[in-house]
Ligand binder design. Structure first.
Ligand code: PBG
Length: 329
């Protein structure tokens, strides 16, 4: 007697494992998040994100050229805004010569074919650290969506290929789509953060941009009135379907690892490309464990990225993009 089927035959050598591998990562899977700051010659490490840096425009230029040469062809831009430019309505976000607008132009000048996606949200510009206007302890929805639409048009004017609203206001995709069409930006795409959970994994990102909600009376302490409850699954499908109906070209799920069940479900339910954001806290956890010698950095990184793709991600936004591509050889 012998086992009727020996599955281990397909695992006997590297060659056969390669041959039957179901999921393969390539550089074109990645979207590289970049943090931009004012100044010159700035290349400062983010304390809670080891080996990840805030860059001034001159260094941004160098970075995107390096990414391009590695086969990384899409970036997602975020800006760190000085406190004195912040207000409740994020007015600075609409400055045609603001940091984001200059960053878009810098990338396009350095690498004309690089796909430029931009973060559209008020929090980096908000004196209260929220993704919408704060009034009497609440976040205003429709008024915030209007500003996001103006921001999107401003980014498109500067040359952005896609805007990526990360705010979770209701109806903002339609408001943005209409504003872009009205201004003739019919080719500018929208990557909607559709299922964005109110996650504690965003901590290091808020350090990077100094964008955490401030501790003041009448300012909500967290983002739970707009970002989703991590206990909810059906709601993610509803949010995603609504964003698609309103005109989203790509939908995103965020964070990554804890939400791979949602990724699979959405991949199976919709037709548009699905992006997953492996967020700052996921990055920080692995860096910290690796620093202590408790985990093998590269092996765990690749296992996580492959798992995200296997779950159904067509696009992975990850701070590990460069490290992963280097390992791909
Ligand atoms: C805010 C925004 C956040 C992230 C991307 N856009 C943080 C938040 O919602 O507070 C998090 C990304 C990360 O943690 O890597 N609009």
């Amino acid at each position: 007697m012998y086992p009727l089927r020996r599955n281990r035959r397909l695992r006997t050598s590297d060659a056969v494992r390669h041959l039957v591998r179901e999921t393969i990562l390539t550089p074109s899977d990645f979207l590289v998040p970049l943090f931009v700051v004012e100044g010159k010659g700035v290349h400062e490490e983010i304390p809670s994100m080891p080996d990840y840096y805030r860059l001034s425009l001159d260094n941004l230029e160098k970075e995107v050229k390096e990414l391009w040469n590695m086969g990384l062809c899409a970036v997602l831009l975020f800006v760190k805004v000085p406190d004195d430019l912040k207000d409740n309505k994020g007015s600075e976000a609409l400055n045609a010569n603001g940091l984001m607008q200059l960053a878009i132009k810098t990338v396009k000048n350095a690498c004309p074919d690089m796909l430029v996606m931009t973060d559209v949200a008020l929090d980096p510009y908000s004196s209260y650290g929220h993704d919408g206007i704060v009034e009497n302890g609440r976040i205003l929805n429709d008024e915030s969506a209007e500003i996001l639409a103006e921001m999107s048009v401003s980014h498109a004017n500067a040359g952005a290929d896609f805007v990526a609203p990360s705010d979770m206001m209701d109806g903002r995709i339609l408001t943005i789509r209409e504003a872009l069409e009205d201004e003739g930006h019919n080719d500018t795409g929208i990557m909607a953060y559709s299922a964005k959970y109110a996650s504690a994994f965003y901590g290091p990102f808020r350090d990077a941009l100094d964008s955490a909600p401030v501790d003041l009376k009448n300012v909500p302490k967290d983002k739970k009135s707009y970002q989703m409850d991590s206990a909810n699954r059906r709601e993610a499908l509803k949010e995603t379907q609504m964003d698609i109906d309103e005109g989203a070209d790509i939908v995103m799920i965020k964070p990554g690892l804890c939400y791979l069940d949602i990724v699979r479900e959405i991949r199976d339910a919709v037709e548009v490309p699905v992006a997953v954001y492996q967020v700052s806290g996921e990055y920080a956890m692995l860096k910290a464990a690796a620093e202590k010698g408790w985990l093998d950095h590269d092996a765990v990184m690749m296992e996580q990225l492959i798992s995200i793709k296997r779950a159904g991600a067509n696009i992975i936004a990850s701070y590990f993009a460069k490290d992963a591509v280097k390992l791909m050889g």
